[in-house]
Write a protein that binds this ligand. Structure first.
Ligand code: NAP
Length: 252
């Protein structure tokens, strides 16, 4: 626990995109820890969830791509906690069954797919930061981490394809880096980072796993453990950077 913290202020954590995949694994992993008091798990739909019962865990339903829903999230959070110390955004979109798929070539690029990918992969993270900003205030250790993807790296792009996903993750990187700079002016101890989880066995990667080399497809629990280690190791000097699951910097 941060020694600069008044004893009366509860330590709050928020995970967005917590109903499945890496977000859900992060919630499960965080619940094994004892260094926070409140964990807000945000997803669009919590029907039929099987997360463990824990008095620290509060499930909040919100569609983070919707302005009114983000407004209600901010109100719910303000009513239930004084401040957040760690926010992890995992919300992301690559494909949907029977619908939008990553483009294989230029012919498949469409405005509709670009707009949807940019809204979820770039708009949601920065507007989530905007929505929770009142709870990030103060000159104190505070982390905002958002999942990006190595395929959003312009310098690392050697294969092409996946136009909307790549470009929307690159846009997220720029938006979060810009936020990191602004936040550091307000709070020298703030840390905003982008994270690449590695190829992880979730719904998002399921149709694209055939060519993943052996040993390179991680399970979500392994990734959640690694990402929390990467977050824990960060200092304010790291803010605005893009890290992979193993702590290595990813080129822009
Ligand atoms: N899996 C990989 O190999 C891999 C690799 C690199 C980067 N990543 C990134 O890691 C993050 C987590 O991926 P994952 O593999 O865990 O994916 P996933 O299992 O498909 O989960 C995606 C999450 O995003 C949420 N989401 C999608 N569209 C949304 C919307 N319009 N509004 C609100 N929430 C929405 C989903 O919530 P609902 O349940 O409500 O749909 C879900 O919680 C993503 O940002 C992804 O781009 C994943």
């Amino acid at each position: 626990m941060d020694s600069s913290r008044p004893q009366s202020v509860a330590k709050g954590v928020l995970v967005a995109g917590a109903s499945r995949g890496i977000g859900r694994a992060l919630v499960e992993e965080l619940l094994q820890r004892t260094d926070f008091d409140r964990l807000f798990a945000v997803a669009r739909d919590w029907d039929d969830h099987t997360l463990p019962v824990d008095p620290r865990l509060q499930l909040i339903s919100a569609d983070l791509s919707d302005d009114a829903s983000r407004g209600r999230l901010a109100e719910t959070l303000a009513q239930n906690c004084e401040q957040l110390d760690l926010v992890i955004n995992t919300v992301g979109f690559l494909h949907e069954p029977g619908g939008q798929q990553p483009e294989k070539n230029l012919r498949q690029v469409s405005m509709e797919a670009l707009q949807r990918s940019f809204a979820i992969n770039a708009g949601v993270p920065i507007l989530l930061a905007q929505a929770v900003m009142p709870l990030l205030r103060g000159n104190r250790h505070c982390v905002f981490a958002s999942l990006s993807a190595r395929v959003g790296s312009i310098g690392d792009n050697r294969l092409g394809g996946w136009y909307a996903y790549r470009a929307s993750k690159a846009a997220q990187n720029m938006l979060m880096r810009t936020f990191a700079i602004e936040w550091q002016r307000l709070n020298r101890q703030s840390i905003c980072v982008l994270l690449h989880p590695g190829t992880t066995d979730t719904d998002l990667s399921a149709p694209f796993q055939t060519n993943v080399p052996e040993g390179k497809l991680f399970d979500a629990q392994f990734v959640a453990e690694r990402l929390l280690e990467v977050i824990d190791a960060r200092t304010p000097a790291d803010s605005g950077n893009f890290y992979a699951w193993d702590g290595q910097l990813v080129p822009w």
